[in-house]
Design a protein around this ligand. Structure first.
Ligand code: SF4
Ligand code: SF4
Length: 339
């Protein structure tokens, strides 16, 4: 069984408890935060295990990279705390499980992993992405979404099989050693969650932003700057790879888009609210959405830019109703090339 690489001594010596002090969804005094931290260390039931909305942000807030959110998920699971009602959890575990219906397919580099979003296949097109091989589906799905369901165990159980499938059916026969992750969730799985649990990744994960940047550079002469102002919706899983956030700026600069300054961006990004709905926190989900869209509008943006398909599905309609054009990052890049 793989164990979370978490050091209780680092937490015990931590004065600032940034993981909980910076959390946007709880308001603990410094003394309360230290008490929560101490009970987490001892493995006791404590408020944060039910207060947490599973936004992933404390993984970024901890200055010691000591995996506070993964620990919360471990403790929730150990203590039988279910952030999402059990019938929904059960159905998601069944629905999203591997189907064993993988069809081997010849691939060649670059290979883009669309995770479990087959509806996004249309995004892989044009001069930027059209030459890529695409893999997608239940049998290569990272399963990281089960962090929202207090189920590290499901990820532990399924991820090795998923990586074997990726290698056996695609990358090894194709002679490919790197995998472009369309979704931050997959990239976060391979660069944060798997190392945190001591699981080796047999390929080099590449973030979509890194790939888009390189491709845009190669087509620099063909870009027509868009001249748009975009509010960026930073997804929860980007908290697992914060070093990639700066690539949004690099992409925008190349395609003539301004990333508007807003309250809820970068370290202060707001959850799209989709997971809160699954948790039946409907009022919180709605107020989050309203604050988020109002903040996008107030920033002077005319575009709401997304990288996570789930954030897009959750917020696009509200953004459009507010007069913002919802666009995926990859589509913004295609637009700049006229593809
Ligand atoms: S997880 Fe990080 S921020 Fe939180 S108490 Fe431990 S060391 Fe401090
Ligand atoms: S995952 Fe989000 S809501 Fe939960 S404790 Fe961490 S920062 Fe707070």
């Amino acid at each position: 069984m793989t164990e979370l690489r978490w050091n209780p001594e680092i937490c015990a010596a931590c004065e600032t408890v940034d993981c909980l002090e910076k959390c946007q969804y709880v308001r603990y005094s410094p003394e309360q935060a230290r008490g929560e931290r101490d009970r987490l260390i001892r493995g006791e039931e404590t408020a944060i295990l039910t207060d947490c909305v599973t936004c992933y942000a404390c993984e970024e807030y901890c200055p010691h990279h000591n995996h506070p959110f993964y620990l919360i998920v471990e403790r929730q699971e150990e203590l039988g705390i279910h952030p999402v009602p059990k019938p929904i959890e059960k159905s998601q575990v069944l629905m999203m499980g591997p189907k064993g219906r993988i069809v081997p397919e010849a691939v060649r580099a670059p290979v883009i992993n669309l995770c479990y979003f087959p509806m996004m296949k249309g995004a892989i097109r044009g001069r930027l992405l059209g030459d890529a091989s695409v893999i997608v589906g239940s049998d290569i799905f990272c399963n990281l979404m089960f962090l929202h369901f207090a189920r590290n165990s499901t990820i532990r159980e399924r991820l090795p099989l998923m990586m074997r499938n990726i290698m056996t059916h695609y990358l090894t026969p194709g002679g490919v050693d790197e995998l472009v992750c369309y979704h931050d969730e997959c990239y976060g799985t391979y660069t944060s969650w798997a190392p945190a649990f001591g699981i080796d990744v047999p390929f080099r994960p590449v973030h979509l932003f890194d790939f888009l940047n390189r491709r845009l550079e190669a087509h620099a002469g063909e870009i027509k700057p868009l001249g748009l102002k975009a509010a960026y919706q930073r997804p929860c899983s980007n908290r697992l790879c914060p070093e990639t956030d700066a690539w949004v700026d690099a992409i925008f600069e190349k395609i003539g888009v301004e990333r508007t300054e807003r309250e809820f961006d970068h370290g202060n990004a707001l959850c799209c609210g989709g997971v809160m709905e699954a948790q039946q926190r409907f009022d919180l989900a709605e107020s989050n959405r309203e604050r988020n869209i109002a903040d996008m509008k107030a920033s002077g943006a005319t575009v709401a830019a997304f990288n996570c398909p789930f954030c897009f599905f959750t917020l696009a309609e509200k953004a459009a109703q507010a007069g913002l054009m919802p666009v995926m990052m990859s589509d913004l890049c295609h637009m700049a090339l006229g593809d």
